[in-house]
Ligand binder design. Structure first.
Ligand code: GAP
Length: 449
């Protein structure tokens, strides 16, 4: 198995310096495990989400899009099992007030007993016996803060889809098998968050629920496993850094009959970790919502003249975590032949790169800045470009390499007379001379590759 280096620390610094990801409320010392996306990060995340939406909704006639609210009726979470089942056993230290998962390997002894030692302050006998802690964030709806007004921030987008199953099916007249996809925020009061944007308390999900006839569920489960792995490979993630992990019986979530994770090798000690979960949820969710709401959530199969509660095959991927995988996968430091200074490159696929081209005048005279501005303005109508005329040309290349810009267009002495420019490829460093009126087409094609 290849041993990929740990690039996390370097990435965190690059992300802040270049405007991909900032710590939330940084000037107040930060909010625990919550991050903001800067100008480049938001472009990269949108490109990723658009790509998922295109593959899962726009390019298929058997999947519909949906966008449901974060705040839902509290009974939803009773029905889904999240109030009872979405819990971690935790222990508290009465001395330093820190909280740990009960199965934290750093705890010595048995929590609740005098021999147990706090892994943070080292005191013995201060750890409580394990208590169940719900991972959902609670808040209150309306002016009264009592238990009747308690609602939750959703911990997954899927439930918004289940409660709308019939609304979508009847309004679109879809027939089973069909799916419903949505992208949206989810919140979990994670006890052991960390590794930058890998595990956070506020994050996004891109989830698709595929409704099938009972009995055909394992066939569709296999189909979606294959489709989703291909999608991750298509992002440019190295094939040897991707693998499936099958959930054993004790790993399965309370709703799942079978589950596989798509894992990515983040390198260093983090290694292979889940970036997407593919679950066979059976009829668990729809049956529970029928029971708790008293409303039927059955599908009527006209051809077979029968009614049934469909089974669900779910694909659930986090854009934040996948974005981290893309950054880790693309980060490299290398020497350049003939140059003393090395370079840092984000080898992002051109389709995902936040900026598609840097546009530079070689020097700030002889009509070059004017021509470069005109080219940048024209290209900006089609894709994001960055105009830069400051510093040596080599420095300008390096600045774009570091943020993953696949092409750099330079207006030089020949450009103003021949109406051509050079286009430098980030990875091969080769430069081609291209007519300015062919630039849109040239870059458009390379982005689509
Ligand atoms: N509806 C099923 C579900 O929520 P999950 O495996 O818990 O399944 C799906 O979550 C995906 O959401 C994960 O593979 C991961 O990419 C993302 N995700 C989950 N918890 C996360 C967290 N705390 N921070 C960032 N991403 C998270």
């Amino acid at each position: 198995m290849p041993n990929h280096p740990d690039v996390m620390e370097k990435l965190v610094s690059l992300c802040k310096r270049r405007g991909f990801v900032f710590q939330s409320s940084e000037i107040y010392g930060g909010t625990g495990a919550v991050w903001d996306y800067g100008p480049l990060g938001v472009e990269l995340k949108r490109n990723l989400q658009d790509r998922w939406w295109k593959a899962m909704v726009r390019q298929r006639d058997d999947i519909e899009g949906l966008d449901t609210a974060i705040l839902m009726h509290p009974r939803v979470w009773e029905a889904s099992g999240h109030i009872g089942g979405f819990v971690d056993p935790l222990v508290d230290c009465s001395n330093c007030k820190k909280r740990f998962r009960a199965d934290d390997p750093k705890i010595k002894g048995t929590p609740g007993e005098p021999d147990a030692q706090c892994p943070a302050c080292g005191m013995k006998g201060t750890l409580s016996a394990p208590r169940l802690f719900n991972l959902m964030f609670k808040t209150f709806m309306g002016p009264v803060e009592d238990s009747a007004a308690t609602i939750y921030l959703r911990p997954e987008t899927a439930q918004g889809t289940y409660v709308n199953f019939l609304n979508v099916q009847q309004s679109t007249r879809q027939r089973i098998p069909f799916g419903i996809a949505q992208i949206g925020k989810a919140f979990r009061n994670e006890i052991t968050p960390g590794n930058f944007i890998f595990r956070t308390r506020e994050f996004e999900q891109m989830e698709m629920q595929f409704f099938v006839e009972p009995g055909s569920d394992m066939k569709w489960f296999e189909y979606w496993k294959e489709q989703r792995m291909k999608w991750h490979q298509g992002l440019g993630l190295a094939h040897d850094r991707l693998q499936f992990h099958q959930h054993s019986a004790d790993e399965l979530a309370h709703y799942a009959r079978a589950a596989f994770d798509v894992q990515f090798d983040f390198g260093g000690s983090l290694g292979f970790q889940e970036i997407e979960g593919i679950h066979n949820r059976g009829d668990f969710d729809l049956t529970q919502h029928q029971k708790f709401s008293g409303k039927k959530l059955e599908y009527f199969d006209h051809a077979a003249n029968k009614r049934y509660v469909p089974f669900v095959v779910e694909t659930a991927v986090g854009p934040n975590r996948t974005l981290l995988a893309i950054l880790v996968n693309g980060y490299r430091e290398e020497n350049v032949e003939g140059e003393t200074e090395g370079r840092t490159v984000l080898g992002l696929s051109p389709a995902l790169a936040p900026i598609k081209a840097g546009v530079f005048p070689l020097v700030k005279k002889d009509g070059m800045p004017e021509m470069a501005h005109k080219i940048a303005d024209d290209l900006r109508n089609v894709f994001p470009v960055f105009y830069d005329d400051s510093g040596a040309i080599g420095r300008r290349y390096r600045r774009q390499d570091e943020i993953g810009t696949p092409f750099c267009i330079t207006v030089d002495g020949e450009s103003t007379t021949a109406d051509t420019v050079t286009v430098r490829d980030r990875d091969s460093l080769l430069q081609e001379r291209i007519a300015t009126d062919k630039l849109r087409e040239y870059i458009g094609q390379r982005i689509a590759e």
